[in-house]
Design a protein around this ligand. Structure first.
Ligand code: SAM
Length: 438
């Protein structure tokens, strides 16, 4: 989501100030840090980065330093006090005001701070997205109202609100017009989407998916991230009848012990989660599932952790994300005693990651010999004479092919599997994709 926000900032500043992104800090007129506060480690990095930038500002006093994102939202004025050489502090919902703040700062040399939540205004003020390639993110909702006890997002991004249905569809049409073939619908809990329609009604996430998939040129639809709680039959039905929707789902479970799920305020049990997966697999037998796990939540016992390991065996997860619990200020869980020793947390994390890696490797190995439809990203980084692209289950495949295939779908026979990627042989371009699962 931050990647998407950063690209919107670049689009906006290109439009208003003709700015061009540079990877050379020394030649920049403005340095912009988009931050994440979901875990403490990410937050700590902010001040060390700012410390390095201070030296650049000493050399070039006109340089403007701006800090956006969730750390900005959480810390606000404190950033200006701790790092007085910062000029602008803005939150995830005020990034559209960045050009105005930049003008003000340049004109008055007075620092600007705006971390309010003006909600939907943001999308009306951003230029149409520009894309390079065949894949694009589309933000469909902002904020979160789930209030999981460990999570800072509702406080830093504000409460949940959905973009109007027509706005999302229009954006997807525009992207398809620019050659986009795959969209990734973004939000904290995309399946909680409830967007206003022009007829005055409301569209569910399932409806939205069907309409997005029907846009001419869009052959692959992904979404990030969904919440198990809203995984209703209507959404599962879309897996049955919409081939553009990929057979890969990231569905964060967080833990495998009901006691911990309840302390996390996730609103479901492991039985419920398993039932969602069972219904999904009935609709899409080949679907691969990945997840997020938090290890060492306050009070997590050996028995609780064993239940998480048992759930992993039960579901057979693909490549997933796992994190050691990080106490976040202002969240309800921050009041619980963080009583699991760090060595225990680290050992549990290592065991869980090793097992998930084994499972993911087995899934990769099982793909050898199969034919996969790959959306070509472009030349491979390791060997630019070769191409690389992604399968439905988000695996990178390297193969020999024509550079002109960038942005096209190619049928590839998988010949080898490695830790993080696959190798294959191109069988040819796929022209009429929507008649078969992409
Ligand atoms: N909305 C999704 C959900 O909860 O189902 C996920 C979005 S969340 C911003 C991304 C992931 O960060 C979470 O799924 C969780 O695993 C992890 N996370 C959030 N807060 C955390 C914390 N305090 N400590 C460790 N990991 C955390």
């Amino acid at each position: 989501m931050n990647e998407y926000d950063s690209s919107r900032m670049a689009d906006l500043l290109a439009q208003t100030h003709h700015m061009v992104a540079t990877s050379e800090e020394g030649e920049a007129d403005m340095l912009l840090l988009n931050t994440c506060s979901v875990r403490e480690k990410a937050q700590e990095k902010v001040f060390s980065q700012l410390g390095r930038w201070r030296k650049l500002k000493d050399k070039k006093p006109g340089l403007v330093i701006a800090v956006g994102g969730c750390v900005a939202s959480q810390e606000g004025e404190m950033i200006l006090r701790r790092a007085p050489y910062v000029d602008i502090v803005f939150g995830p919902q005020t990034l559209h005001r960045l050009p105005k703040m930049l003008d003000e700062v340049r004109r008055t040399r007075v620092k600007a701070l705006d971390i309010s939540f003006p909600e939907i205004e943001k999308f009306d003020c951003l230029p149409p997205p520009k894309v390079d390639g065949a894949k694009a993110f589309v933000s469909i909702m902002e904020g979160c109202s789930k209030y999981c006890s460990f999570c800072v997002v509702p406080y830093t991004r504000g409460t949940e609100f959905s973009r109007p249905f027509d706005d999302v569809i229009t954006e997807v049409y525009e992207l398809a017009g620019q050659g986009v073939r795959e969209v990734n619908l973004l939000g904290q809990n995309v399946n909680g989407y409830l967007g206003r329609t022009h007829e005055g009604g409301e569209s569910s996430f399932a409806d939205l998916l069907r309409f997005v998939a029907a846009v001419d040129g869009i052959d692959r639809v992904r979404y990030t991230t969904s919440h198990p709680l809203h995984f209703d039959d209507e959404l599962i039905e879309v897996y049955r009848d919409t081939p553009q929707l990929v057979s890969h789902l990231h569905l964060p479970v967080q833990a495998g012990a009901d006691r911990i799920l309840s302390l996390m305020k996730r609103g479901y049990t492991t039985e419920y989660y398993k039932d969602v997966v069972k219904r999904l697999r009935a609709a899409r037998p080949d679907i691969s599932l990945s997840s997020d796990f938090i290890i060492g939540f306050p009070g997590e016992s050996d028995e609780d952790f064993e239940q998480t390991m048992a759930l992993i065996e039960d579901i057979n997860f693909d490549q997933s994300f796992s994190f050691i619990y990080s106490q976040r200020p202002g969240t309800p869980a921050a009041d619980l005693p963080d009583d699991v020793p760090m060595e225990v947390k680290k050992a549990r994390l290592a065991r869980l990651q090793a097992r998930i890696n084994e499972m993911a490797s087995a899934i990769s190995a099982s793909m050898i010999g199969s034919e996969q439809v790959v959306l070509v990203d472009g030349p491979s980084r390791k060997n630019p004479a070769e191409l690389t692209g992604k399968t439905q289950n988000h695996r990178s495949v390297t193969f020999t092919g024509k550079q002109a295939w960038k942005g096209r779908f190619v049928r590839v026979k998988i010949t080898d599997s490695y830790v993080n990627s696959l190798r294959g042989e191109a069988l040819g371009l796929v022209e009429r994709l929507n008649t078969e699962a992409a």
